[in-house]
Design a protein around this ligand. Structure first.
Ligand SMILES: Nc1ncnc2c1ncn2[C@@H]1O[C@H](COP(=O)(O)OP(=O)(O)OP(=O)(O)O)[C@@H](O)[C@H]1O
Ligand SMILES: [Mg+2]
Length: 354
């Protein structure tokens, strides 16, 4: 697609701008596998990203710049993403007789019918997925639309940090790529696998079937609830709570009084999200759930989810099969891997298996 196989030494950087932190993952082609060159997680203040929108561009750019310094290599080619809540995704079926220009016009006409904003305020992109299975005269088209402002702000956050933002993707596609990548060798033909990402403010369920996300649901729920209740109950500042998570220094009292019930709240939220999925689909049972985001570091969560849901649950480590640069602390990486899942899925775009 991009002729990337010629650029054997190139490093590509995926940047996930989350509500609590910016995550950077730099991948290159190793000797046998892909190689994790470097990564960084840089915290953001609560006002920087609100409801998925960049509110403080300078602060986000600073965090990206700090991340690049931590990564320590010369990085230029960047892909970032807008959250799925900010985009409208539509599958169209259009005649394959259209020329490229005609197709573009036709897509705009179709888009105008369901996008609730004036078209000049919206960034539109589309991809021809291939011929329709039942009608060879039709092509399946994937249409993605997003408010210009969301794209511009994210692009500007990257470019202001001295990088070059090549692509603004959608986070669902990053998860699709990451899930396909990690589950590619152990999926049976009809297996359905899910990714559940629980970050600071958002929980997202994605279901993958035959390499494509067939279900996506986002809801406002995340570790902020826990952090705030620890802050209120113990008098620790939010920063101190975050620090105690990072250093694995959670007191026995906090564990018993607040984290234990939060584990059950997560199990309830996940269970409810799955009920929505099952009730909206005639699909079969999920064969596996990959857990990602900061909340997957909560001890004992996997066991509770498996018990409640009766499904195999695994904490996501997208780097399991990759080569890892010698300078990276492997123990630390194991702990950080689940929050890097989306950034990894972004960087993977440059290495699409063809
Ligand atoms: N051991 C832990 N126990 C509980 N919470 C944790 C733990 N480790 C990290 N977290 C929480 O995870 C959060 C970071 O997760 P993540 O990086 O996935 O969020 P984000 O991507 O910024 O948020 P979102 O995706 O919701 O916008 C931190 O704010 C922290 O509160
Ligand atoms: Mg996130």
């Amino acid at each position: 697609m991009f002729g990337l196989f010629n650029k054997k030494t190139a490093t590509w950087l995926g940047v996930d701008i989350g509500s609590s932190a910016v995550k950077l993952v730099a991948l290159s082609r190793g000797k046998r596998n892909l190689c994790l060159d470097s990564y960084a997680v840089v915290g953001l203040p609560p006002a920087a990203i609100v409801d998925g929108h960049v509110q403080e561009l300078g602060v986000v750019a600073e965090a990206v710049e700090k991340g690049v310094k931590i990564c320590g290599s010369k990085l230029n080619n960047v892909i970032t993403a807008v959250p799925s809540s900010a985009v409208i995704i539509k599958h169209l079926e259009l005649s394959n007789a259209f020329s490229e220009a005609e197709l573009e016009d036709q897509v705009k006409i179709e888009a105008d019918q369901f996008i609730p904003y004036p078209l000049d305020e919206v960034a539109i992109d589309f991809e021809v997925l291939g011929p329709h299975a039942l009608d060879p005269d039709l092509n399946r088209i994937l249409l993605v639309a997003c408010r210009n402002n969301d794209v511009i702000q994210r692009e500007a956050s990257i470019n202001s940090a001295g990088l070059h933002c090549e692509i603004v993707d959608v986070d669902t596609f990053a998860i699709e790529r990451m899930l396909s990548f990690i589950s590619r060798d152990n999926l049976k033909e009809d297996d359905l696998v899910a990714s559940i990402d629980i970050g600071a403010s958002t929980m997202t369920l994605n279901v993958l079937h035959h390499g494509e996300i067939i279900y996506n649901r986002e809801q406002g729920f995340g570790s902020n609830e826990l952090t705030n209740s620890i802050h209120i109950q113990t008098g620790m500042s939010v920063e101190e709570v975050e620090q105690s998570f990072r250093l694995n220094e959670i007191s026995v009292e906090v564990e018993a009084m607040l984290i234990e019930p939060f584990r059950h709240t997560i199990a309830q939220q996940v269970s409810r999200a799955l009920q929505f999925y099952y009730s909206s689909n005639v699909q079969n049972q999920l064969s596996k759930i990959y857990l990602s985001g900061g909340c997957s570091s909560i001890k004992g969560l996997v066991e509770i989810l498996e018990e409640e849901l009766g499904i195999n649950v695994e904490v996501t480590n997208p780097f399991k099969e990759m080569e890892i640069q010698a300078k990276i602390n492997k123990e630390r990486l194991l702990q950080d891997a689940p929050v890097l899942a989306k950034a990894c899925g972004l960087a993977l775009r440059f290495f699409d298996q063809r």
